[in-house]
Design a protein around this ligand. Structure first.
Ligand code: IYR
Length: 219
């Protein structure tokens, strides 16, 4: 690999940095996960740009151990919904502990996931646990969950920035995504991101974020 001058770096005056840091926070704090989606379509090019953004994330040894599968095909969305609802049914009727169900009460979630069909896009995010060489050998990957988690955060941010909403959905186990989305064995489902416009008048839980001094210590 060659190295080059980092000519894309931009330095801002301190006052501009302060403005940018504050306005980015003010915009990002409006982001909410929603569970009711409009069926209004979203152009593929917008999804492409958001995934391009995710693909700029840092990763272990820059091996970029992620794969995104963007689904708009109604038949595949229906298959995903069916498989996810089967797992979710098992979760809500026995698999989840009492404590877990208690913690979820305020979200009023259940095993029914109509948004998996109504939302225009589902993005399956996969961790490439290892790479495959051309000879069919295994290539080691590093910090895979960290890398894919960071890329997912950037994807969520890009989706918000574009004016869309999303839901991080984690039916558990998610192995069915390999089969439905035809992904190889070295890829492990990380999460399913549901993307689109919010349904008219959508409601969200009135929960609060921790304030700064609860989440940081300066020393
Ligand atoms: N996967 C289930 C349960 C669930 C679990 C957590 I932790 C959440 O924050 C929300 C839901 C579901 O999607 O209903």
């Amino acid at each position: 690999m060659t190295i080059k001058i980092y000519s894309d770096y931009k330095r801002y005056a301190v006052s501009e940095m302060k403005d940018r840091a504050q306005s980015f926070y003010n915009d990002l704090k409006r982001r909410r996960s929603v569970r009711d989606f409009s069926d209004e379509m979203v152009e593929r090019s917008i999804i492409e740009d958001c995934i391009r953004t995710a693909g700029t994330a840092p990763s272990g040894a820059n091996l970029q151990p992620w794969q995104f599968v963007a689904v708009s095909n109604p038949k595949i969305k229906m298959e995903i919904r069916k498989a996810a609802e089967k797992e979710e049914h098992a979760f809500y009727h026995g698999r989840a502990s009492g404590e877990w169900l208690d913690d979820l009460k305020s979200f009023a979630t259940n095993e029914h996931k109509p948004f998996l069909e109504s939302a225009p896009w589902l993005i399956g995010i996969f961790e490439k646990r290892y790479g495959l060489t051309e000879e069919g050998g295994k290539k080691k990957h590093y910090y895979v969950s960290e890398s894919v988690g960071i890329a997912t955060g950037m994807l969520i941010t890009a989706i918000h920035n574009a004016g869309l909403v999303c839901l991080t959905h984690t039916p558990s186990p998610m192995k069915f995504l390999n089969q439905i989305l035809e992904r190889p064995v070295n890829e492990k489902p990380f999460l399913l991101l549901v993307v689109g416009y919010p349904a008219e008048g959508v409601k969200v839980p009135d929960n609060q974020r921790k304030v700064l001094n609860e989440i940081v210590t300066f020393i």
